[in-house]
Design a protein around this ligand. Structure first.
Ligand SMILES: *Cc1c(COP(=O)(O)O)cnc(C)c1O
Length: 383
């Protein structure tokens, strides 16, 4: 039935999930799976976390949607909490990571024009990055494979390797911003070097170029701090967040510093669903839960445990990433092959390029980790 009706854009595993609790899901036949993917970093509190379900249901049965023509407490509360928690002045709410990045790109171009005049609209992104699937965010994505089929792409992007020499060589008079992922997710779970990020921060400040962070995957506690920049000590001027933010409902956010608060003015941007009260109630619950020192400390601890377990597996030659955003380099077999075999045995894992990728729920239990690791070990040993 799936194939009958859907455009064939996805390669799916032969798994049909119908229910879940925590990091465990059931398929149509009642078979259970340990989930090390959380819907690609989305279900940060796992499946059907009680408090989150209550918050969402309560809002759904009170007021589900009103449009941005009117005020609503649920979205105002979330905007306030998000700005406070992340340390930013203003936020624009939308529905996905790509949209959050679109907002950042519009903001950067407007900033460039306001500050330096027409034509200061170039944005540098990094090679191997991933920023989304809209025509503009595909153009922003620094991988050639994403620059096919849909020409003409949006102009104004240049791609630099993650080192200062390369960034400097790409900067022109027209550059208005640099956009980075602190840990490249889809690119293969590759953290940027601290030295590079520090120098990049200084460079952008000196040049009056915006530093923008795509924290769509690294944000909301995923790497052990609310946002990943905190671990680098370099605060971006613009930050985008999505994936885990809604705990399983579609939301994106573009946050900016005080200096940029007025760059996008009336009628310059908008979204029908952005700030939807039900989605905001879910995100509010997520932030109230995740943005506590004890919770984030626990993510770090669980991440360490996860890392150590992976390191002990003989068929894994390298573990990389931060917190609960981890990648494993395999000594044999392909990541796709291993992911398929794991699914058959009741473990869901992700791949990113040639590495196995893990984005489990942030509150995954040691027991669930053990159960998943047992399957992973068996699969890898049987290769
Ligand atoms: C997933 C992802 C996106 C795209 O998010 P969507 O919600 O699918 O539009 C953008 N940037 C990064 C870093 C991502 O991981």
């Amino acid at each position: 039935m799936d194939e009958q009706s859907f455009m064939p854009t996805y390669g799916r595993f032969p798994v049909a999930l119908v229910s879940g609790k925590g990091a465990t899901a059931q398929d149509t036949e009642g078979k259970t799976y340990i989930d090390f993917t959380s819907g690609i970093g989305v279900n940060c509190l796992g499946y059907c976390h009680e408090g989150w379900v209550d918050a969402v249901c309560k809002q759904a049965s009170t007021l589900q949607h009103i449009s941005n023509l009117y005020y609503n407490p649920a979205s105002e509360n979330l905007a306030h909490t998000l700005c406070q928690a992340a340390g930013y002045s203003k936020v624009f709410l939308c529905n996905s990571g790509a949209e959050a990045n679109e907002c950042a790109i519009k903001l950067a171009r407007k900033y460039g024009t306001d500050t330096y005049g027409e034509g200061h609209d170039q944005i540098i992104t990094l090679c191997n990055s991933f920023h989304g699937r809209t025509v503009t965010t595909l153009a922003a994505t620094g991988q050639d494979v994403f620059h096919t089929y849909f020409t003409p792409f949006t102009e104004g992007f240049a791609y630099a390797e993650p080192n200062m020499e390369s960034v400097r060589s790409q900067v022109t008079e027209r550059t208005c911003a640099v956009m980075v992922e602190f840990v490249q997710g889809e690119g293969g779970v590759l953290p940027l070097e601290e030295e590079f990020v520090r120098e990049l921060g200084e460079f952008c400040r000196e040049k009056g170029i915006l530093l923008m962070a795509d924290e769509v995957q690294t944000g909301v506690g995923r790497t052990g701090t609310l946002y990943c920049w905190e671990q680098y000590g370099v605060k971006p001027d613009v930050l985008t967040s999505a994936k885990g933010l809604g705990g399983g409902l579609p939301i994106g956010a573009c946050l900016c510093s005080e200096e940029l608060a007025g760059v996008l003015g009336k009628s310059m941007h908008g979204s029908t669903f952005g700030g939807n009260p039900v989605v905001c109630a879910g995100a509010q619950y997520v932030l109230d839960t995740v943005n506590r020192p004890e919770f984030l400390e626990q993510v770090k601890k669980t991440g360490k445990l996860f890392w150590e377990q992976l390191e002990q597996i003989p068929e894994i030659s390298q573990v990389r990433g931060k917190g609960l955003m981890l990648g494993a380099v395999l000594t044999k077999g392909t990541a796709a092959q291993v992911a398929t075999a794991c699914a058959e045995k009741g473990l869901l894992v992700l791949t990113a390029k040639s590495v196995l990728r893990f984005l489990p729920p942030l509150n995954i239990t040691p027991e669930e980790i053990q159960a998943g690791m047992k399957i992973l070990k068996e699969v890898l040993a049987a290769l």
